[in-house]
Design a protein around this ligand. Sequence first.
Ligand SMILES: C[S@@+](CC[C@H](N)C(=O)[O-])C[C@H]1O[C@@H](n2cnc3c(N)ncnc32)[C@H](O)[C@@H]1O
Length: 324
Amino acid sequence: MSEEEESVLPKKMKSQTIQTLHDTIDREWSALQRTACQTAAGRALWNHVIHDPVADVLAGESFLKSLREKISKDKLNNAREVSGVILAVRTLWFDSKLEAAIKSFGEGEAQVVLLGAGMDARAYRLSCLKESNVFEVDFAELLQIKASLMQEAMGSAEQQRKAMVAKSVTSVAADIRDGDWLEKLQVSGFAPEKSTVWLLEGILYYLPHLNAMEVLQTIAAKTLLTKTVLLADFMNESSASLSLSTYHFYSDWPDQLLEALGFPNIKLSQIGDPDANFGLLHDPQNLFNRLRSLPRSTKTNPEDGTPCRRLYLVEASGSPKQSI
Ligand SMILES: C[S@@+](CC[C@H](N)C(=O)[O-])C[C@H]1O[C@@H](n2cnc3c(N)ncnc32)[C@H](O)[C@@H]1O
């Protein structure tokens, strides 16, 4: 490690236990599981707009270093979009919609299910979750190491409990591609009749089409039972074709898809829209603002011939009253 890197690393990152845990991640986790650290690195390096005190520990040195280098290069080149801005906007969009959804439920307990939770630390950073039971669904090996990193970051189990903002956090080890994730969720204490926010951030496009559709259908069916809000990001076909080996599910019209599945209320936003820019995308000529000015049916940007790669942020909701 160079002296410069050593000096930018926060003290806690130098703990031997944290470094050993991250060595295991580098050695043993699949590329898919490591995307969890990439997104945490985004939150850690955009900490002037996202307050996530454990993001750096959860991300680990190698992911922080590689994103830090990209950001420096972008700044040097006066890039219109600085690396990580899309992650920052996405995180803030999910935060604000989650808060609004919980408010819309009114008094009482709510449930929040984070499918593909990765290194999400919302249960420790969002005060709107204080009456909510949070369920984090991800691969067993990821959740185990995350728990150890959290404990190390916070000092002790007792300090971790004190730092927790949510009413409870439950880890649910499951592969969403297997048919039993909902059962595992219920065995872990998820109550189907309670108002629920389903937060699917950076997960759907990693799932095969059949599994992604099964997840969306399962959540849509919950609108018949209780107040249900789904928050999810969707890649369009051009975005998913960037890496056919990594991305699978896509939808060019997720609003229509969710309507067909039975959600009565749907709002779709694109990065850069008034509810999805958070003052971070000033340049009208940046990629996201140029895309927004083109009809959604346009597949190729007429200005430069590049594919229109879009990320849609979608909020869909419903409740039994609306279904009658
Ligand atoms: C890009 S990360 C996003 C993590 C987190 N939602 C965030 O925004 O920071 C994708 C996450 O989905 C998880 N994931 C992908 N496929 C999964 C599957 N089949 N079952 C359970 N988790 C999965 C990965 O392990 C990883 O933690």
